[in-house]
Design a protein around this ligand. Structure first.
Ligand SMILES: [Zn+2]
Length: 306
């Protein structure tokens, strides 16, 4: 009868507005999975400007004075029952739209030094190094077949990666694929030794062109391993690509948590030539993402941390 409604309408409106505001908030939580630009610049020939660098020098197999302790034959690490791969999704801060999210949840590097907090996602490359005293604390000998020249520490990986390579090798065997490890962990001291050998042989300027200075080898993370097959004489050679073993690796390594780190299509971006033998452990989920989106690891990590 009277008109009590004006005030009530106002109240109701206010409440509605407040309600709207709060319901708006959680729309940004989805990890943003942009489709990778499927820009595969295939290079078939090797023009002069393609980096000749390899992470792994084939000639390295003759270190001069390496007094390594005999490789202790460790029993197989106890298998952890298929632990679920739990990844902490990067915390994505809600950002005002116009600001590109430039604050990674974890920096990839600091002043050219690797961020060890990234754990199994750690980035080490031509620009980003590990310190001289970095040595993973959980190195174990991988219980797989190695070539004879691999001894001592060079058969070691971080525990998680060792277990993964053991599974990979078992899977390979089941598929009739014959692979052996050729080299896994590489200490800073060993890198110094290798680099000095190159400098002695070719001079520093030349050595710098084909070999990274100490600290820049991904093998120092304890998450990288070179593998090869009898069909190429267990050499580290690009012709592994054409063998059934090389093809199996390219198609299946990610299902065990490894990526073929240096792809032909990304030689310029990574600074390394194609290495079908060099596997890097990053865990099944991430390896699968990298494999599917077909991007270099550097680019994947940036997207992940942004
Ligand atoms: Zn390697």
């Amino acid at each position: 009868m009277r008109k009590p409604s004006m005030l009530m309408v106002c109240c109701a409106l206010t409440l509605t507005l407040v309600g709207c505001n709060t319901s708006n908030q959680n729309e940004t939580e989805e990890a943003d999975t942009k489709p990778a630009e499927s820009k595969t610049e295939q290079r078939t020939e090797t023009p002069a400007d393609v980096p000749k660098n390899t992470e792994d020098e084939v000639v390295e197999e003759t270190p001069t004075a390496e007094a390594e302790p005999p490789a202790e034959d460790k029993p197989a690490e106890e298998e952890t029952a298929d632990e679920p791969e739990t990844e902490e999704a990067p915390v994505v801060e809600a950002q005002p739209e116009e600001e590109p999210a430039q604050t990674p949840s974890e920096p990839l590097e600091q002043n050219g030094m690797a961020n060890v907090k990234l754990d199994t996602l750690i980035l080490v490359n031509k620009q980003v190094a590990l310190s001289a005293d970095y040595k993973p604390s959980d190195l174990v000998t991988a219980n797989i077949d190695f070539v004879d020249t691999a001894t001592g520490e060079r058969k070691m990986l971080r525990k998680e990666a060792a277990q993964a390579i053991e599974k990979l090798m078992a899977g390979a065997k089941t598929a009739g694929i014959d692979l052996k490890g050729t080299s896994a962990f590489r200490s800073y001291e060993y890198q110094v030794q290798l680099f000095n050998n190159y400098v002695a042989k070719d001079g520093k300027e030349q050595a710098m062109k084909y070999s990274a200075p100490p600290g820049h080898s991904e093998h120092q993370t304890g998450l990288a391993i070179d593998v090869s097959s009898a069909s190429v004489g267990y050499q580290l050679t690009q012709s592994l690509e054409q063998t059934k073993e090389g093809k199996w690796l390219a198609d299946n390594a990610h299902t065990y948590g490894f990526i073929v780190r240096y792809q032909r299509a990304f030689e310029k971006e990574t600074g390394y030539m194609y290495e079908p033998w060099h596997l890097r452990y990053i865990g099944v989920e991430h390896a699968t993402n990298v494999h599917k989106t077909n991007v270099p690891y550097e680019r994947y990590l940036k997207q992940l941390m942004d």
